[in-house]
Ligand binder design. Structure first.
Ligand code: SAH
Length: 267
C-alpha cells in the first residue's frame, strides 16, 4: 500500500487517452469541461484508482512516468523528447556511477533522465547560462526526483570552459557545441564519450569538422531517431495522421588517448 498523498503529482487519464498533470492539494478540485473533480477523491487512494466527475466522466489517476511528467509540463523552453532521450542514454552509455557533465539545462528534462541513469553513486554537473532556466530545471528535478545531492547546477557559460576533469560523459544540448569541444577534450578522460544534440544538419557539419580538427576524438557517428505512433482501433489500423517528423540529430564521438601517449610500449 502506497496511497497517493497531498503534494504529489498525478496524471489524470481520461477515456480518450488525454493526460493532465495535476499536483494534489486538499480541498482543491480539477476542473474539466464536464464538471469538477475534487482532489480529495484521489488523496489516500491507490495508484490506478478511477474517479468520476459530477457529470459521470471517468478519470484514472497514476503517478506520472518520466515521459508523462516531461510531456505534460507547461514549458517555454524546447526540451529533448523522450524518443530521443532513450537513445541518448544508450549511445552515450550513461551508466550507474558515471561522472557526467551536461551543457544547457533548459527545462531539465534530460537532466532528470541523466540523474536517474547515473543513480546515487553517479555525479552530474549541469552548466546553464540563464538564471531563469537554471531555477526552472532545479525546480523540475526536485519536483520529479526530490533531493538530488549528486547534482550541481552550475551557473555559467560552458563555451568559456569546463572545470571538471576525468569526466566519463559530456552531453551538449545548446546551439554552438563546437565552441565547447576543446574544453570537452580537456575535461573527458580517455575513452570518455561526447554526445551532442542539434536540430540542423548545418550545425552537425560544423560540429563534426571541429571534432575532426582536434584529432583527439573518433570519427563522429551521426543519426536521427524516428518514432511513428499507430492508431489501432476498429478498422482504423494505421499510423496516426499527425506525426512529429523531425526533432534533432544526435552526434556521438569518443575521446582517444592523446597522440603523445599512444603506442608508448613500442618506443
Ligand atoms: N536539454 C534540455 C533543453 C536545453 S535548451 C531539456 O531537455 O530540457 C538549451 C539550453 O542551453 C538553454 O537553457 C540555454 O539557456 C542554454 N545555453 C545556451 N548556451 C549556453 C552556454 N554557452 N552555456 C550554458 N548554457 C547555455
Amino acid at each position: 500500500m502506497n496511497p497517493l498523498s497531498a503534494g504529489e503529482d498525478v496524471i489524470l487519464l481520461d477515456s480518450k487517452g488525454r493526460e493532465y498533470l495535476v499536483t494534489l492539494k486538499e480541498g482543491q478540485a480539477f476542473s474539466t469541461h464536464r464538471g469538477m473533480l475534487p482532489h480529495d477523491l484521489i488523496i489516500g487512494r491507490e495508484e490506478g484508482t478511477v474517479v468520476t466527475t459530477e457529470r459521470g466522466d471517468e478519470y484514472t489517476a497514476f503517478r506520472p512516468t518520466f515521459n508523462q511528467f516531461v510531456l505534460n509540463l507547461k514549458r517555454t523552453a524546447q526540451i529533448i523528447y523522450p524518443k530521443d532521450i532513450g537513445p541518448i542514454l544508450l549511445w552515450a552509455d550513461i551508466h550507474p556511477g558515471a561522472f557526467v557533465v551536461e551543457g544547457g539545462a533548459g527545462w531539465g528534462a534530460l537532466t532528470i533522465a541523466l540523474l536517474r541513469a547515473i543513480g546515487e553513486k553517479g555525479r552530474l554537473v549541469t552548466y546553464e547560462i540563464r538564471e531563469d532556466f537554471a531555477k526552472k530545471a532545479e525546480e523540475n528535478v526536485r519536483r520529479f526526483l526530490g533531493d538530488a545531492p549528486n547534482h550541481e547546477l552550475r551557473r555559467g557559460d560552458i563555451y568559456e570552459g569546463i572545470t571538471e576533469r576525468e569526466v566519463d560523459r559530456i552531453i551538449l544540448d545548446l546551439p554552438e557545441p563546437w565552441r565547447a569541444v576543446t574544453h570537452a577534450a580537456s575535461s573527458l578522460r580517455s575513452g570518455g564519450i561526447l554526445l551532442a544534440y542539434l536540430p540542423t544538419i548545418i550545425q552537425v557539419r560544423e560540429l563534426c569538422e571541429a571534432v575532426r580538427n582536434l584529432k583527439t576524438f573518433t570519427e563522429p557517428e551521426v543519426f536521427e531517431v524516428s518514432h511513428r505512433p499507430w492508431n489501432v482501433k476498429g478498422r482504423s489500423v494505421r499510423p496516426v495522421s499527425w506525426v512529429f517528423s523531425h526533432s534533432a540529430f544526435i552526434i556521438v564521438t569518443r575521446k582517444t588517448l592523446l597522440p603523445e601517449y599512444r603506442n608508448i610500449d613500442d618506443e
